[in-house]
Ligand binder design. Structure first.
Ligand code: BGC
Length: 852
């Protein structure tokens, strides 16, 4: 068997969901494909890729850029790939995709209703836009392209025509705005098109300061606005367009009395709009480029069952979904008209009550006013971070008789799950599950810090730290490339990367700072390594360079104080952010160490990136700079023996230089021992904040302290990863102990992914799977056994196909281990286990090795 198993365009698989038409606005689509074979060591002799008149013969499988004649808007294209393996077997596959507007002009006009009055500090009420039209002859096909200032749902004849949530997503609306394409089934007769547009990110309350006057400037529109073009192709080859304009009607939604992300939704199904008026042409304050959806769309994924419920003394019911997540509830109810059902959402309980203090000002509440009879409700224009839903307005009888049945749906972007990790330790399996859930919960169109409180912002540092782990577990390529497009346009004039992206005109600072700023290098680098996306490096290279020149400028300015132009401390550093010791002041005071260490690391990554882009001189300059900074760190901050001064010792201060590769091997050994001694002094506990937590186990294990790394990983008293598991966590927390040992709450988010960045260690060290040539074209398998694990296994759907690694301790002979590795066609793997060194091609292989 030799087959082409997948073909993707612009990194979107065209074979995995056959019901979905992939639509793109890219002029030069990027084509990749995967092949599978049941014969070991299969290699590709050649392949021929055909699209239009364009033909390319190649043995490459990845990132082939279409270079044929220009594409036309709204056209269907076929790609046919014929591949031949090294034995002459052939395989062939054809797929199709579609273009959207491809930059062609919009005839439609933005419409809104500026007479809508909104209370200061509140999000505007959803608007509905409506147009009736008649189809008088047979239709060949029809479609609509639509977008909004706000988030929209589209209805044809009373039926919603899509499953997407929150279209057109969150971008910096000053520059980019996505639009969506939907095919329509139209028959002859009367029709009604309706768009409901809620405030969303463009005109809703979406920052923790947006109830102050200051933040009004952040909003991209004062009232929701809509833009749409419906095209009908008739069988007689004529065409008709229905364009938004003043012949559309508008009214405040009669059903959606309120909707925004932080506070929730109020829905009354009993009402209908009685007073329509002519839509107004909207004068938008922003003029973004409209591009057909280039990120991942947002959908409901897991169905969440309520595991149990309790009745509170106030007569409300608290339902427990057994899992913290981002999403929405849904319920069926049989009731008389007028019953008000209110649902509040929270991540945990405190003394049997819903805990809401960590939501800050976000209300996370939905309210539903029943009509008569059986009905279903689930919010459409908001989402919540929660495990518990407190319901008011129902009674025992309704629950017992099935007149009220609640469940929920996890809602997040379509980041395909591509990885798994399991091992013999159930706590670590739970931790892996928590990491994955924190990922899902925070990938709602942009990489957010948290899904529950009045924040949910694209904090750059959080994803810089989590990106490696994320890329093992999910296909992050399109999702993050979309986000980076906003980062690129939002970079400050001198190079600063905003703390949050999209920042829009926001109030969060744009100040050059390490780690958070380094996201402009670390995130594209991860997309290149994991998915072979070289385009993103080319795109982002000027941003990275400008950012580093600003770092250099600040380091230069700071030299008056620090005594070296290699120390990056000014103007501001997050330092040991969220460390378990001290307070914010203490964390920030570590800025010179973290800033400088990251400065060296960023230059090292830049050297690699420059080399990959063929910029030799830059590569050399950055490499030298990286080394100089590393030397300065060792000389200025440590004694010659790799030790920090006793009174200034902190774990992060060792972890970063170790992980970033500072100093000679001998010195590194010493540093690792100082680190371990410090960990021991702290009762074998971790005490790093955001910036070093992802790296601490690597720092120990790679210096030979494998047993110690496992000991730290398996620690279960506070602070530690497994302490959270012991406290029942189902997602990873913002701080080590959100629930304190005595059960009291430490205000903070229970769904932040930064500490979950330890997941990278599961794949790269426990299973030993590391990518050695971008896109896993070549990779290494070098397991690190320990922690009394009797087996570990990971899978990863790489750009070439499925990789599997599993090892198991022999049932009889303790030091003997069995290993199984699966390599996809087109890739090679180096297996390195003690005395065993072997290079293998595609197929599944088994090995044995003995630990010393
Ligand atoms: C966010 C973080 C973020 C941090 C930086 C917090 O409020 O939740 O995760 O990186 O601020 O200041």
């Amino acid at each position: 068997m030799f087959e082409i198993s997948d073909i993707s365009v612009d990194y979107h698989s065209l074979t995995k969901d056959e019901n979905y038409i992939f639509v793109t606005d890219s002029w030069k689509p990027i084509i990749s494909y995967q092949v599978i074979s049941d014969r070991r060591d299969t290699s590709l002799r050649s392949a021929c890729i055909k699209m239009n008149q364009w033909e390319k013969n190649t043995d490459e499988q990845r990132v082939l850029v279409y270079e044929g004649e220009p594409l036309h808007p709204f056209s269907n294209y076929e790609i046919t790939i014929t591949a031949e393996d090294d034995e002459g077997n052939t395989a062939c596959k054809t797929v199709s995709f579609q273009t959207a507007k491809l930059g062609s002009k919009w005839g439609a006009k933005w419409i809104t209703d500026t007479s809508q009055k909104t209370e200061a500090g509140k999000s505007p009420r959803p608007l509905e836009f409506m147009k009736k039209f008649t189809v008088t002859k047979p239709v060949e096909h029809a479609y609509i392209v639509a977008t909004a200032m706000g988030i929209f749902d589209l209805y044809l004849d009373g039926n919603r025509i899509h499953e997407d949530y929150f279209a057109p997503g969150f971008t910096d609306y000053e520059y980019h705005l996505q639009y969506n394409y939907y095919p329509l089934k139209l028959t002859e007769g009367e029709h009604e098109l309706r768009a409901i547009v809620a405030s969303g990110w463009a005109c809703g309350r979406t920052t923790n300061v947006s109830n102050t006057n200051q933040s009004v400037s952040m909003l991209s529109a004062k009232t929701p606005a809509f833009l749409g073009e419906l095209t009908i192709h008739y069988k007689d080859r004529t065409e008709e367009k229905i364009l938004t304009g003043t012949d559309f009607l508008v009214a405040e939604s009669a059903n959606y009395l309120f909707a925004d992300f932080y506070d929730g939704e109020i829905y009354d199904p009993r009402q209908s709009i009685t007073l329509w008026k002519e839509a107004e042409i909207a004068e938008l304050s922003v003029h973004p480029k409209l591009i057909c959806c280039y990120g991942e769309r947002i959908h409901a994924h897991e169905h969440m069952e309520a595991k149990s419920y309790t009745k509170t003394e106030n007569g409300t019911y608290i339902f427990d979904f057994g899992q913290n997540f981002a999403g929405v509830i849904e319920f069926f109810v049989r009731s008389q008209s007028g019953r008000i059902i209110t649902v509040r959402h929270g991540e945990t309980l405190e003394n049997g009550k819903l805990y809401v203090q960590n939501l800050r000002s976000a209300k996370q509440t939905v309210q539903y006013i029943c009509k008569e009879g059986e009905q279903y409700y689930s919010p459409r224009f908001t989402y919540m971070g929660f495990q518990y839903a407190e319901v008011e307005g129902i009674d025992d009888e309704m629950i017992a008789s099935g007149d009220f049945v609640i469940s929920a749906k996890a809602v997040y972007s379509d980041i395909a799950p591509i990885g798994s990790f399991t091992c013999s330790n159930e706590d670590l399996n739970q931790l892996q599950s928590n990491i994955v859930w924190s990922g899902k919960s925070n990938f709602v169109d942009i990489p957010t810090d948290c899904p529950q409180r009045d924040e949910r912002q694209g904090w750059t540092g959080d994803i810089a730290l989590f990106v490696e782990t994320a890329c093992f577990n999910f296909d992050m390529n399109r999702f993050l490339a979309k986000w980076l497009k906003d980062m690129k346009v939002e970079q400050g004039a001198l190079g600063a990367i905003p703390f949050v992206v999209p920042l829009r005109k926001g109030v969060t600072p744009k100040i050059t700072t390490s780690c958070w700023g380094d996201s402009c290098i670390m995130v594209p680098y991860a997309l290149y390594q994991n998915f072979g996306n070289k385009t993103i490096l080319t795109e982002m290279y000027p941003v990275m360079k400008k950012y580093l020149s600003d770092v250099r400028r600040w380091a230069g300015l700071g030299a008056i104080k620090t005594g070296s132009t290699n120390i990056f401390a000014l103007p501001f550093q997050f330092g040991d952010w969220c460390a378990p010791y001290g307070n914010i002041k203490d964390w920030l005071s570590k800025g010179a160490w973290t800033g400088t260490a990251y400065y060296s690391f960023a230059c090292r990554l830049m050297a690699e990136i420059a080399e990959c882009l063929g910029k030799e001189k830059d590569a050399n300059d950055y490499r030298r700079k990286s080394e100089k900074i590393a030397e300065t760190y060792l000389r200025k901050f440590m004694n010659g023996e790799g030790a920090l001064p006793k009174e200034k010792e902190f774990q992060t201060g060792y972890v970063l230089p170790l992980y970033f590769g500072f100093g000679e091997e001998k010195l590194r050994q010493k540093m690792a021992h100082h680190l371990w001694n410090l960990i021991c002094e702290q009762g074998k506990h971790i005490s790093t904040g955001f910036t070093a937590t992802p790296y601490i186990l690597f720092a120990l294990a790679d210096a030979g302290l494998v047993k110690e790394a496992y000991e730290l990983l398996l620690q279960d008293t506070n602070p530690s990863w497994l302490y959270q598991i012991r406290k029942g966590a189902t997602t990873t927390w913002e701080q080590w102990a959100i629930i304190k040992e005595d059960g009291q709450m430490n205000e903070g988010s229970m769904n932040h992914y930064a500490y979950g960045a330890v997941g990278d260690f599961f794949y790269k060290r426990i299973c030993g799977l590391t990518c050695t040539k971008p896109g896993f074209n070549e990779f290494q398998v070098k397991p690190m056994v320990g922690g009394d694990l009797s087996y570990a296994k990971c899978t990863h759907e790489s750009p070439y196909g499925q990789i599997e690694v599993s090892w198991e301790r022999d049932a009889v002979e303790e030091k003997l281990y069995h290993l199984q590795v699966t390599v996809p066609v087109g890739a090679h793997c180096d297996v390195v286990c003690n005395q065993l060194h072997e290079r293998i091609g595609s197929g599944t292989y088994e090995f044995e090795w003995r630990e010393a």
